[in-house]
Design a protein around this ligand. Structure first.
Ligand code: ADE
Ligand code: ZN
Length: 327
């Protein structure tokens, strides 16, 4: 489909985007050149886009591409480049998820990873007026031990920009409940607001598992709640905010097309929804494009778009960090 036009004059908010997944093929090539690294020959297709087939292959290609982000300067540049593009599309506030585990694969410390992202956020705010925060994420299929290390690191390395904690990765690996200890440290000891991917590649039981066991106010995706009417009511009643990523869901084949996507059914049932890009160059999208998709494929009015921006600002982890627990 032709890219949907980006609605002008609408301030946009993004709450769900993976920083490592924002690096364009061009930026990945330039970072590889910076470090004299050769890239896997099948990383790109003939059009020069990231080449992947199904969801698990996507996660693998994502890891291979992320391997070129190795230093605090690299993280600064990836962050700055993404926020520059967001600002050009009318975004005013963005929360980026980033994974210290991916940084560690390139030899970068938690502090170096954090410093780089903070610099990118500060430089982008100075140059483009856009505001941003960081959600540190662990990776579900890397296991509980690694998750505990990431959460513990969040208690030691504090910065006003670091306000959230989350988890991505393969949703069919382990259960949310297995990560209860990880999220307890992130939430209670590090004072971070929490979100978790659920109801993307697994069904409603995965969302229930998350809501029952983790201190989350938002769910990444959550769209497969639609398969369970009781769960949809619970999400609406408890005011859980869904970070919906429509184009991502179509590109990873959760739904065949926008007509089959439950965005509007969730909204009609009273669920708080936001619009997000997830991994923009992998899915051929951007935050502006997602607003355009809502308008063109879901028939949303400008008022609907302004409402979704307001929902996003209200659900933002802007100043969510609480003081350290006294012990
Ligand atoms: N990591 C990067 N993108 C992701 C997605 N859409 N789901 C789970 N983990 C991810
Ligand atoms: Zn995601």
């Amino acid at each position: 489909a032709a890219p949907a036009e980006i609605p002008a004059g609408i301030p946009k908010v993004e709450l769900h985007v993976h920083l490592e997944g924002t690096a364009t093929p061009e930026l990945v090539r330039s970072l590889a050149a910076r470090h004299g690294m050769s890239l896997p020959p099948d990383l790109f297709d003939r059009q020069g886009e990231f080449a992947w087939s199904d969801f698990l292959h996507f996660l693998k290609v994502y890891d291979d591409a992320a391997a070129v982000i190795r230093t605090d300067r690299d993280y600064r540049d990836v962050t700055y480049d993404y926020l520059r593009r967001c600002a050009a599309e009318g975004a005013v506030y963005v929360e980026v998820m980033s994974s210290p585990d991916h940084a560690a694969q390139g030899g970068l410390s938690f502090q170096g990873h954090l410093d780089g992202i903070v610099q990118g956020i500060e430089d982008a705010e100075a140059d483009f007026g856009i505001q941003a925060r960081l959600i540190v994420t662990c990776v579900r299929h890397f296991g509980v031990e690694r998750g505990l290390e990431v959460a513990r690191a969040c208690t030691r390395h504090r910065h006003p920009v670091l306000t959230g904690f989350g988890m991505g990765g393969d949703e069919n690996h382990l259960r949310a409940a297995d990560f209860a200890g990880v999220f307890a440290i992130a939430h209670q000891e590090a004072g971070l607001a929490c979100t978790v991917h659920a109801g993307e590649t697994a069904g409603p039981e995965s969302i229930r598992d998350a809501l029952d066991n983790l201190p989350v106010r938002r769910i990444g995706h959550g769209v497969r709640a639609i398969e369970d009417a009781g769960l949809v009511s619970r999400i609406a009643e408890e005011g859980i905010v869904l970070e919906v990523c429509p184009t991502s869901n179509i590109r990873t084949a959760v739904y065949p097309d926008y007509a089959a996507h439950p965005l509007d059914r969730l909204r009609a049932a009273g669920c708080a929804v936001t619009l997000n890009s997830d991994d923009p160059p992998y899915f051929g999208t951007s935050i502006g494009h997602e607003y355009g998709v809502a308008k063109r494929h879901f028939g949303w009015s400008d008022d609907d778009l302004l409402t979704v921006t307001a929902v996003g600002l209200k659900a933002a982890f802007t100043d969510a960090r609480r003081p350290l627990r006294q012990s």
